[in-house]
Ligand binder design. Sequence first.
Ligand code: ZN
Length: 425
Amino acid sequence: MNTFPDHQPLLLYHAAQLVTPIGRALKHGRDMGRLKIIPDAAVYIEGDIIKDVGSTEELQKKYNSGNMERIDLTGKVILPGFVDSHTHFVFGGYRPEEFIMRLSGAQYLDIMKMGGGIQSTVDATRKTSAETLFNDGLKRLDDMLSMGVTTVEGKSGYGLDRDCELKQLEILKRLNSEHILDIEATYMGAHAVPRDYPGGSGAYIDFMLKDVLPLVREKNLARFSDIFCEEGVFTIQESERYLRSCKDMGFDTKIHADEIIPLGGGELAARIGCVSADHLLAVSGEGIRMLAESDTAATLLPCTAFCLNKPYAPARKLIDAGCAVALASDYNPGSCFTNSIPLIFSLAVIHMGMTIEEALCSLTLNGAGALKKADTIGSIEQGKKADIAVLAYPDYRFLVYHSAKNIVAMVIKNGKVVSNRLFSA
Ligand SMILES: [Zn+2]
């Protein structure tokens, strides 16, 4: 990490509130709601690192000489930048017709069997040039940034072969180097079994393990490997074999678990030490108990349940049992074509029984934990990366009170102001 300032130090001061979880690891259970709140707050930043945090009075005394940029944030709230730890944002084509079909009663697994679903995005992504995918990716990242997202995870999984999967991962790598947002890449060839694959799911797993993952490793294209464990996709046994092999190859693992049918994906994630188990709409009591005792993040994706008109994941039960809950968008062209951070806040608090404080922790420190980055991002404290979102209002509770509205007025990434749209609300 670059700690040498390549721009002037920055002092943010007179913020109505600074609100942040504190820590360098996932927060579990009720600890998620314990945030640090500093009134009339200030933050001092050198290079891309937070050097000091405190009251305006205290920091103005300490840092009163030398060249520095100063920003008066009277009437605004300082928060850690949001971490969206589960997205599929590099894809070709859109699927509006499927969305409408679903509204008239068609089920997701039925749509997949009809050749819709993931397979139609696979066909479109294979046909789309790398340049187009890259340029669309840039626009989507700009949009995320405007909502205060400073780190995002992106998955492959719309190639289901060798070359198009690698193409997506190469694009994620290029986007990471050319866009200010930090991107953590996940190989998700195990998103679906390719249509008419000879030998079926078992043979396809063998293919990924033998022909694709070694290349992903060699080219250093992804830190994580992920699988869609679901009835009609990959079984628990296949998921376990696959994820254990991925771990042996040096990947950190994630799993799309218990989204539709309670197959035991939550239990599997806890047992083998996945970094996160994602979805969990249908997680069992045993799955909740095992996740609570593990260091696996329980990543909930409320916008997917919203778009599919399904019951939400049992956030309250998970938190009360002691799980470390993260929230993410699941941005993708099928089941959840939205990346709206404001919508996540509203759904989590109004419909899932989370407190605003828990939701805030889930989108910052626990989002970072779901990417194994909680030691460097996800909170505002000395030594962490200066990734900050500034709200246009003087109270963080406007995140939900001003429902489904983007109230992020300014974003600071790597210690620099990269988005500034202070507006009259
Ligand atoms: Zn997903």
